[in-house]
Design a protein around this ligand. Structure first.
Ligand code: F1P
Length: 347
């Protein structure tokens, strides 16, 4: 079995280790942050870590009622005026599995030079440049990834940011503790649904839809499918897809719809509309669509205690499976994506 497969499937185990670490570390870290007065919290990363930043920012703002945004690391030093005001009080998160990606390191350094504010590194690599340059770091050394594509590192670093955001807001983190067991159960139950969809090579167009916290996850699913199975993909908010892009929908279109609880009714309408136009819709969410169809294969997390903070973490694992199984079906090696390096270093 490839590294990638093992790394996807080991996520329940790794999450347990990560959660044990976070229970020990996050209280102290959160107590070091300014209690109030922040103008904005900025999450920066590249590739998967940028997708993570998008969802992280949603989590943070929603839980802490502090402005937060996710940005590509390069924008921080190339077009900073689009992100920062000259006199703001910012908290900066640099997210990087390797802790060595040049753009994220430059972003952190340029932020420090300009604002001198607190920086937090979220990484899986001990002693990395990121962990040494940030004011504080969460270093997830139990996440060991041999694969080029990010799988358990993505979900574990996102879990860490969610844990920190909850801890700061005073919301109990106990619901997070149940996640590894829930994931275990649904991997057994629903992996085959994804494998079947991935095996259907009639699909030539792949559209990922997600709103709010699911938007970054939709981008991550899109990236996983691209990286592992060399597939062209597109990503939209649900309702945005109606404003033009839906003209490309046909029988060869697979839509991957990540529904939320907050906007389920409208999201479901989009799903039904796209099926009527000929698409097959792989639906991941908490609630099945009201009119089931063979053209809507579903992975439904029926567990009571889930919500729009927790479901995105489960969704992403099944999107990783989609990339993996499609790569296998196409005879590609998911461990070794074309043209990709594990870390992008700019010299
Ligand atoms: C991020 C990243 C990966 C991508 C590729 C290159 O690295 O862009 O998302 O799959 O392998 O690196 P990092 O900064 O999180 O280490």
């Amino acid at each position: 079995m490839e590294h990638t497969y093992n790394e996807i499937i080991r996520q329940p185990l790794v999450w347990r280790e990560v959660l044990t670490q976070l229970q020990k570390e996050t209280k102290a870290l959160v107590s070091l942050l300014p209690k109030r007065g922040l103008n904005e919290v900025v999450f920066a990363g590249c590739g998967s870590s940028y997708n993570l930043a998008l969802t992280a920012a949603y989590f943070w703002q929603r839980l802490n009622k502090e402005r937060a945004r996710g940005v590509p690391s390069s924008e921080v030093f190339l077009f900073p005026e689009g992100i920062f005001l000259s006199d703001g009080n910012y908290l900066f998160f640099g997210i990087s599995r390797s802790g060595e990606t040049t753009e994220t390191l430059r972003a952190l350094e340029s932020f420090k030079e300009r604002f001198g504010g607190i920086t937090i590194g979220i990484t899986c690599q001990e002693n990395s440049l990121l962990s040494r340059s940030a004011s504080y770091s969460v270093i997830l050394s139990s996440v060991v990834e041999n694969s080029i594509v990010m799988t358990q590192s993505f979900s574990s670093m996102l879990l860490s940011v969610l844990f920190l955001a909850m801890e700061r807001s005073g919301v109990s983190t106990s619901a997070l503790m149940a996640l590894p067991d829930i994931l275990d159960k649904y991997i057994d139950r629903s992996r085959a649904t994804i494998e079947n969809v991935a095996a259907n090579l009639k699909f030539s167009k792949f559209i990922f839809l997600g709103n709010g916290p699911f938007y970054g996850i939709a981008w991550e699913g899109s990236l996983k499918l691209k990286e592992m199975s060399l597939t062209s993909t597109e990503t939209f908010h649900f309702l945005e897809f109606r404003h033009g892009p839906k003209s490309i929908v046909d029988e060869e279109t697979l839509v991957i719809a990540l529904s939320s609880e907050q906007a389920f009714d409208l999201e479901e309408k989009v799903i039904q509309e796209l099926v009527a136009l000929g698409a097959t819709v792989l639906h991941l969410g908490r609630k099945p669509v009201s009119v089931p169809s063979p053209k809507i294969p579903e992975v439904i997390f029926e567990e009571k205690n889930l919500n729009d903070f927790l479901t995105p973490l489960l969704d992403v694992v099944f999107l990783q499976f989609l990339g993996y199984f499609r790569a296998k079906k196409k005879g590609l090696n998911p461990d070794n994506p074309k043209h990709l390096d594990r870390v992008v270093i700019i010299t």
